[in-house]
Design a protein around this ligand. Structure first.
Ligand code: BGC
Length: 530
């Protein structure tokens, strides 16, 4: 048995770069690797330890890079392999680790493997994908639905067979029961390991294994035309298409390569159930960390936020990659009510997540307290929105990073690929760096406190007595109290000598009175002693 071995991530904080929207150095309106390189100092100044870069591979362009046509190259839109090498080099010189996104569940339909699979149904590539005959009435082989709307099967007219796609028809699912597919990905992993990456964020790790019998999923409720694709997806109990127990077998093979190069493996999972999510790291034979996405889509519901994050923390402490914002969901500030209220709540939640162990991630622009960007209907780019009338889509969280108040908020010289309303100066990095109470300054201070008080990530957690809308915990000589409720909360500290070292919201004053702490509403405080 190979055990996990990537200790650098203990205590580390990650940062997600959505490469298309981070910075455009080449001037074509699309973010690129050189743009990331030029802004590495922002990440160092903010205080993160690792950067995860979303896919920059050649792609069909149907799902913003998550439909890969070549897994071992850089798309011309995003630069060159030399740019990648330079980026890694300069990141490492600054002490920053680099994680890349790998997409094993599906390729692009334009990938040469799929093209060959269609061209030659008897050839070696046919079995790289998942094909089934229609039912006798011509309909798809089972009732599985795509995450992005419609059935998960598309008929390929030449052979008369259906192929499976858990996402777009342009993203055919790879067949992980085929050892040849496994060998291909071993080569791909080695390719990037040899180029010096420090880890992989594994896209849709929850989907690679399917029910061997391809049984129907039980349907939980009727489907109506008014439903968005994610609501249709939720109308089924996904017993057979995703989150299969044998998913991990694939990644146990990856583990030995990851250990050989000492790189990190982080799984993207979809389940919000802490028991199921923690399975991915439990045995220590597959993933180092599991991205727990639930806080990234849950609305503001203080008691639920407290109970479920606490449950996930208790199940899997150092194995969680915590996410509050990412490129697939509405930004937390918007989800939590928008404006100052949304920002206050987002910071309170982030401070809690940053105190639970594992590896918290910040999504580009989250550190600025951004709300979702405003994109006109005619400019929508996400297929979830453009292919499903009335669906919200993911463009709001994907608009460009506002660096300053120059043209295109300093993203680049031409109109960005995702045209959106310009952000006001108060939302930009340049302005927020100057303002001590800005969300940027508060996030930076939070990371500084973590570095100055390593108890916050390395000591055992002891939960303190509190209201259901408050999470209170002690780790060594650090106490963290997240009062997400609508009134101030009082917490017994079990002894004197504590002082407030960090408050997630500048406008609110937390007070220590002997061995009791009073925390204002929707605020998280960090206390230290000694
Ligand atoms: C990525 C999405 C992408 C999907 C399909 C996800 O989980 O984060 O952006 O559309 O995988 O690859």
């Amino acid at each position: 048995m190979v055990t996990n071995h990537a200790p650098w991530h203990r205590g580390a904080v990650g940062y997600e770069v959505y490469v298309r929207s981070f910075a455009d150095a080449s001037g074509d309106g699309i973010g690129d690797l050189e743009g990331v390189r030029r802004h590495l100092d922002h990440l160092v100044w903010l205080g993160v330890d690792a950067v995860w870069i979303t896919p920059f591979y050649p792609s069909g362009g149907f799902d913003a890079g998550y439909d890969v046509t070549d897994y071992t190259a850089v798309s011309a839109q995003h630069g060159t392999l030399e740019d990648f090498d330079r980026l890694i080099d300069e990141a490492h010189q600054r002490g920053l680790r680099v994680l890349v996104d790998i997409v094993p569940n599906h390729s692009s339909h334009l990938h040469p493997w799929f093209q060959a699979a269609v061209e030659d149904p008897d050839g070696q590539y046919r079995d790289y994908y998942i094909w089934r005959d229609p039912k006798p009435d011509g309909s798809p082989p089972n009732n599985w639905v795509s995450h992005f709307g419609g059935p998960a099967w598309t008929l390929e007219p030449r052979s008369g067979q259906y192929y499976l796609h858990l996402f777009l028809p342009e993203q055919p699912d790879l067949n992980w029961t085929n050892p040849a597919v496994r060998r291909e990905f071993e080569q791909i992993l080695r390719f990037w390991c040899k180029r010096g990456v420090d880890g992989f964020r594994v896209d849709v790790a929850y989907g690679v294994a399917k029910d061997p019998e391809f049984r129907d999923n039980p349907q939980l409720m009727p489907i109506t035309y008014a439903m968005e694709p994610n609501e249709v997806f939720e109308a089924f109990d996904h017993l057979h298409d995703i989150e299969q127990d044998h998913n991990l077998e694939v990644f146990e093979e990856w583990r030995s390569i990851a250990s050989e190069y000492d790189v990190l493996l982080i799984a993207e999972v979809r389940t919000d159930d802490p028991d199921r999510a923690s399975r991915y790291t439990a045995a220590g034979t597959a993933f180092d960390l599991v991205f727990y996405l639930w806080p990234g889509w849950a609305p503001w519901d203080p008691a639920l936020l407290v109970s479920r994050t606490r449950a996930m923390c208790d199940r899997c402490r150092d194995g969680v990659a915590w996410v509050l914002d990412n490129h697939d969901q509405s930004r937390s500030v918007s989800r939590y009510g928008g404006g100052e209220v949304g920002r206050q709540r987002s910071l309170a939640m982030m401070t809690l997540l940053a105190s639970l162990g594992g590896m918290p991630f910040i999504y580009q622009g989250q550190e600025l307290g951004l709300e979702d960007g405003q994109v006109a209907t005619a400019d929508l780019a996400d297929p979830v929105a453009t292919r499903n009338a009335g669906a919200t889509g993911r463009d709001g969280s994907r608009t460009v990073m506002p660096w300053d108040d120059g043209p295109n908020n300093g993203f680049g010289p031409v109109t960005p690929w995702l045209n959106a309303t310009t952000r006001p100066p108060a939302d930009t990095v340049a302005e927020q760096r100057k303002r001590p109470g800005s969300p940027l300054s508060i996030h930076r201070r939070l990371l500084e406190v973590r570095r100055d008080h390593p108890d916050i990530w390395q000591e055992p957690i002891q939960w303190l007595e509190s209201e259901p809308t408050t999470a209170a915990l002690r780790r060594g000589e650090v106490v963290v109290v997240a009062n997400l409720g609508p009134e101030s909360a009082e917490v017994e500290l079990g002894g004197p000598g504590w002082k407030v070292t960090f408050t997630s919201w500048q406008g609110s004053v937390a007070r220590v009175d002997g061995d009791r702490l009073l925390v204002p509403m929707e605020t998280t405080v960090i206390l230290t002693r000694g």
